[in-house]
Design a protein around this ligand. Sequence first.
Ligand code: MHO
Length: 230
Amino acid sequence: MPSSSTPPADASMDMPPMDRHAPADLSHAAFGLGCFWGPDALFGAQAGVVRTTVGYAGGGSPNPTYEDIGDHVETVRVAYAPDQISYADLLDLFWAAHDPTRAPLKRQYQSALFPATPEQAEQARASRSDVAARHDSALSTEIIEAAAFTRAEPYHQKHKLRRHAAVADPLRAVYPADRAFADSPAAALANGYVGGHRAPTRLTDDAARLGLPTTATEALRTIAEDRHRA
Ligand code: MHO
């Protein structure tokens, strides 16, 4: 009789190798780039970005939620290994990802830099000046220092990935707790692929770090091939 505890051959996985070996000494920075689902994937796709978290920042109203966001801004907070990616690199991504002269329709979609240290704030101001010098009209993009960050609801974390059960389900099985799933480096990277921000050819190397079941890796490859524009 087959043992009932034996999982189906290709359906389960262990904790992803890249999660087990995530670097410990991380820097943080947060960014507002409109609806936070997109930038969650954009930053998650970058080498050196270890974790992403979406949330609310930049306002004064207490206890922001998606339904009661008040004067806060949709924000993605990035934990990164500074020896692999620099704040200057993240700033380049940020400026390339939006039109800084366009004022948002709603405060919640305001583009904003949320530097976490005085050094980052200095770099943020310098980069904003550089960008401003290249535009004729005034920039809408704000720099908001010392902003508190409130995590968004679980269903907003890795939102694009969540829509693809073939990839998300095996990871959810490893991380049944919402917080652990949201904080998974592998979930951040897989979300980056789903968002089309990483070339599908890179899956050849990333597959071993992600540690997904083969069927999930192939599902992710198909999605990435559909989304990625070189
Ligand atoms: N247009 C999007 C915005 C969501 S984002 C979390 C939607 O409601 O489907 O603001």
